[in-house]
Design a protein around this ligand. Structure first.
Ligand SMILES: Nc1ncnc2c1ncn2[C@@H]1O[C@H](COP(=O)(O)OP(=O)(O)OP(=O)(O)O)[C@@H](O)[C@H]1O
Ligand SMILES: [Mg+2]
Length: 471
């Protein structure tokens, strides 16, 4: 039930009760007044008639007295004047009447309307009874009741119309506007303020709602700015980490480039000195072309990786991507006397990813594994698809690509595992690690709606599994 309707019903009910009570009290009062008049008139008439009767009896005897009574009946129509035996006086007032006091009693059972009987003692002449009918009282009260009910109903109707008009204007309409405004705010539309001209509680509520909306809009702008700043900062950290990773790769790369450069140099010198002749010149030239192509490929790979991530995702096969990372790090692993093996499977494992970023994830994991594994250890990179459920409350099982990097290294104790993804957390010495690698891994994977699982036993090794939704 609407608020206005509730108020209207309550108001009309209260008014009806008040009007009913007033009508009833008025009717009671009218009735009392009417009865008092009747008793008063009866008393006057009775006293007059009693005197006249006694007088006539003393002067002219019983016949004159009877005539006086008849006269009295004619003179006071509406009142019945009779002489009754003393035994006819009702018990309740008998004592009073016998003592010479006039007394009246109401008798509702007499006739259709009831009456009021007043008794007078007339000395030895007996008792005189003046009966006043209550018919006029009943008629008067009925008319008064009808008139009052009619006026009450009319007043109720007018009051109800006035109350509902006011209710609509002062409660229903502004409340509807407030509800609509609240809905707009709920949808995130903080536009136009709500204008309510009334200066009551609803007006106050509208003012507060407008103020709240303004605050919310301000807070939203701040959040947007803060999150934009955060995104920019995170992007910078990632870029810095990528450059740091490139630095780490540089040693290995230098070695990778050194071999073809030596070969190129050797063959170029042979041509220059004239040592190579005939077909040997063509062979040397072919070898120089091949080796320079290899150098170009390595440089391109490196450039590709160092370039700021475009943030654009595309369906990518993660198997060759992992091979690429393994190839870039192969010489670093070799220098530490480690076996680094790429994915064995040949089945494509596709996911919608930013290839540069996922490359960074694999590189960070492999570099960590290289650092944690003592000589003659083993590092395996594997890529496969599997059915898995994200560690979120409402997630359901779906296909994921898993990139797994496992090593036979130092493993991690519980406290390191707990703080692993914390930015700037490192167990490495000053200048050896910034502690950003795993934080960046976590950020990139989360950006791809994925997650990282870690299994590690101190002294035995670690396994990092990166889950990314399969395409
Ligand atoms: N494969 C692993 N085996 C053992 N410990 C690891 C492994 N990977 C990471 N850790 C531990 O987690 C810490 C944090 O790694 P993270 O890559 O974030 O930083 P970092 O390698 O120390 O420095 P950065 O990568 O920034 O140069 C490492 O210092 C190391 O203690
Ligand atoms: Mg690291």
């Amino acid at each position: 039930m609407r608020l206005t309707a509730k108020f209207l019903v309550a108001f009309v009910l209260a008014l009806a009760v008040a009007l009913g009570a007033t009508t009833w009290l008025n009717l009671e009062r009218e009735r009392d007044l009417f009865e008092r008049d009747l008793r008063h008139d009866s008393l006057l008439i009775g006293q007059l008639v009693a005197q006249a009767y006694e007088h006539a009896l003393a002067r002219g005897g019983a016949t004159a007295a009877a005539a006086a009574l008849t006269d009295a009946r004619i003179a006071h129509t509406g009142y019945n004047v009779t002489r009754v035996p003393a035994s006819a006086v009702p018990e309740e007032i008998a004592a009073e009447v016998t003592a010479g006091q006039p007394a009246a009693i109401r008798d509702d059972s007499a006739g259709p309307d009831g009456r009021i009987d007043t008794y007078f003692t007339m000395g030895s002449a007996g008792v005189l009874r003046v009966s006043g009918s209550l018919a006029a009282e009943h008629l008067y009260l009925r008319e008064t009741k009808e008139r009052m009910i009619f006026t009450s109903l009319a007043a109720l109707l007018l009051a109800a119309i006035a109350a509902s008009t006011l209710g609509v204007a002062l409660i229903a309409r502004p409340t509807r506007a407030l509800v609509a405004k609240a809905r707009r705010v709920g949808r995130g539309d903080f536009g136009e303020p709500l204008v309510l001209r009334q200066r009551d509680e609803l007006g106050e509520l509208a003012t507060e709602l407008n103020a709240m909306t303004e605050h919310l809009a301000g807070a939203r702008d701040q959040i947007v700015q803060a999150s934009e700043a955060r995104v920019a900062a995170v992007e910078q950290v990632r870029h810095a980490d990528r450059l740091a990773t490139v630095g780490k790769l540089a040693a290995g790369i230098a070695h990778e480039l050194g071999t073809p450069l030596n070969v190129i140099g050797g063959h170029a010198r042979m041509i220059q000195s004239g040592e190579a002749i005939g077909e040997e010149v063509t062979d040397s030239a072919r070898i120089i072309v091949e080796q320079s192509q290899r150098i170009t490929a390595i440089v391109l790979q490196l450039l590709d990786f160092a370039r700021r991530g475009s943030g654009e995702k595309a369906v990518t096969d993660l198997v060759p991507l992992a091979h690429n990372a393994v190839e870039l790090l192969a010489s670093t692993a070799r220098k530490s006397s480690l076996t680094l093996a790429g994915p064995r499977g040949r089945e494509p494992c596709t996911a919608r990813v930013d290839a540069g970023q996922v490359m960074q994830v694999v590189t960070n994991l492999v570099v960590n594994a290289i650092h944690a594994t003592p000589p003659h250890g083993r590092i395996d990179v594997d890529v496969r698809t599997t059915l898995a459920t994200a560690p979120r409350p409402d997630a359901t099982a779906r296909r994921h690509v898993v990139i797994e990097v496992s090593d036979t290294g130092s493993g991690m104790d519980a406290s390191t595992r707990e703080r692993l993804f914390e930015p700037f957390f490192t167990t490495k010495g000053v200048g050896e690690g910034t502690g950003l690698g795993m934080a960046v891994v976590h950020g990139i994977v989360a950006d791809h709606d994925g997650w990282v699982e870690v299994a590690s036993t101190p002294g035995e090794g670690s396994r990092f599994s990166v889950y990314l939704p399969a395409a």
